[in-house]
Design a binder for this molecule. Structure first.
Ligand code: AMP
Ligand code: ZN
Length: 469
């Protein structure tokens, strides 16, 4: 079956032709681990997860590689501002290494909750400094670099196709780098390959290099690690659309300059999740996390379902109301599925032709540049089809859920409220002390606080115990 993808390179829907038969080398830009991922970031990772699972659905082997940015990413993608990891460390009074570990774990925890499968290879920038240095050396040998104020820069005027991905006017391309110009650059669009410590004197993450102690520029890691794990010709590279004009444009320039040939065949970019017309940004600190959605009473998979209701190349407007509607729709869907499951009686047999026809329809929608809304229409056609018996329906639902990953056949388990026993016992001890001192106001205040936590106190003659209301 042909698979069509919208290629940002050329801006057209194209038939996917793999480098190697039945195999997809897939690279997706991963998180910068200095803060929690916001739900906008997570939308992009959900799109990439569906992309991988759609290829697997039609029997491709997918080798999925994702980086973890734990060094080198400055506030602006164009080499200015402070180092993001250092900012995180200062904010939380921790070391950069602790910050990286904490937020990487938090990221994968979110992914687990959203049924986003872990990529086959997860590679950290700090563990690939050697590969990055070698890439800079190669670029230096080929004459694409210059040194200014101790830092090594890529000279974009030496690379003739610099603008081929973004296809913007020079003015538009320069807009991002004009905010704060790095005076060391020959062209404001040149970018750093290696910062020596002339950039940040007290940088903790530093390594020796032929140009002096320092650290790599952000774009370098994706080129070095993708080539290491996927080879010199890569099928698909993904990220959010914000990466087109700077990060991915620079990745292409340095990779193709080093390799001397085309590097990635298909570039796929997810549109943004927006709130009230604005973009959600990690650096502003004002963003919604998955944990916040859970606090508000939503289930992670309701957010996944919400994302899959629209196409990845369309901007998606987030609101709690819209998420609530998606949650209700998912519950309805699951309850209909549960009743189909109940009605299945063991004697039914499966008609392979009918199954295959529906599998084909489902695959056609996914292969149409991931038309997930239409894939849900195929699911609902299956559920309504009187010519399918319950067993066949359940088979297909389970099969489609290999891609949707919404736990469609899993029963809802009533959640037990989480109680912090130590806190409750401490509060009770504090209340006993207040009562001994005849401080009735404080004792009542503590009882009310426990009541808000759904805890009811049971006063007996001998002691005070508690129960969940
Ligand atoms: P970062 O951790 O900031 O490097 O971003 C991780 C991924 O999320 C990248 O692929 C970004 O392009 C993407 N991204 C950033 N903001 C949004 C947003 N509001 N909606 C969707 N994707 C986003
Ligand atoms: Zn990248």
């Amino acid at each position: 079956m042909s698979f069509y993808v919208f290629n940002s390179l050329g801006k057209e829907k194209e038939e996917f032709i793999p480098v190697r038969e039945n195999y997809v080398g897939l690279y997706t830009c991963g998180p910068t681990v200095y803060n929690y991922a916001h739900i906008g970031n997570l939308r992009t990772y959900i799109f990439e997860d569906i992309l991988k699972k759609s290829f697997e659905y039609i029997n491709y082997e997918v080798n999925h590689v994702m980086n973890i940015t734990d060094v080198g990413h400055l506030q602006s993608d164009a080499d200015t501002g402070e180092d993001k990891m250092e900012l995180g460390a200062k904010r939380e009074n921790k070391t950069v290494w602790e910050i990286a570990k904490y937020y990487e774990d938090a990221f994968f925890d979110d992914c687990n909750k959203l049924n986003i499968e872990r990529p086959a290879v997860v590679c950290r920038a700090t563990e690939h400094i050697k590969e990055m240095i070698e890439l800079v050396q190669l670029l230096e040998k080929k004459g694409y670099t210059y040194i200014s104020n101790g830092n090594v820069y890529f000279e974009i005027d030496k690379f003739k196709d610099y603008n081929k991905l973004a296809n913007l006017s020079m003015e538009e391309l320069e807009a991002g780098s004009r905010v704060e110009v790095d005076e060391n650059k020959k062209n404001p669009l040149d970018f750093v390959l290696w910062f020596t410590n002339s950039k940040f004197k007290n940088q903790i993450m530093q390594w020796d290099s032929p140009w002096g102690r320092g650290f790599p520029g952000w774009h370098l890691e994706c080129s070095a690690m993708s080539i290491k794990y996927l080879g010199e010709r890569i099928d698909i590279h993904c990220g959010g659309i914000d990466h087109i004009p700077v990060h991915h444009t620079n990745e292409i320039a340095q990779s193709e300059a080093a390799l001397g040939h085309k590097w990635v065949n298909y570039w796929m970019h997810g549109e943004f999740l927006v709130v009230d017309g604005g973009k959600m940004s990690k650096s502003s600190g004002d963003f919604l996390t998955l944990a916040r959605l859970i606090e508000e009473g939503f289930k992670p998979l309701e957010y996944r379902f919400f994302c899959l209701q629209s196409r990845y190349r369309k901007q998606l407007m987030f609101s709690f109301d819209a998420l609530r509607d998606a949650g209700v729709a998912l519950k309805k869907l699951k309850s209909k599925i549960a009743s189909i499951k109940e009605s299945a009686d063991g004697s039914e047999t499966i008609n392979a032709n009918k199954i295959e026809a529906y599998r084909q329809k489902f695959a056609e929608q996914l292969s149409d540049d991931l038309n997930t809304p239409n894939a849900f229409t195929v699911l609902s056609d299956v559920m309504k089809d009187d010519e399918l018996n319950s067993k066949e329906k359940i088979f297909l639902i389970e099969d489609f859920d290999n891609v949707f990953s919404l736990d469609l056949l899993k029963e809802e388990v009533a959640e037990m409220p989480v109680v912090d026993e130590k806190l409750i016992n401490d509060l009770i001890a504090e209340r006993n002390e207040a009562r001994n001192k005849k401080d009735w106001a404080k004792a009542d205040e503590i009882r009310n606080r426990l009541s808000e936590m759904n805890i009811e106190l049971v006063d007996t003659k001998e002691s005070v115990t508690w129960k969940i209301k």
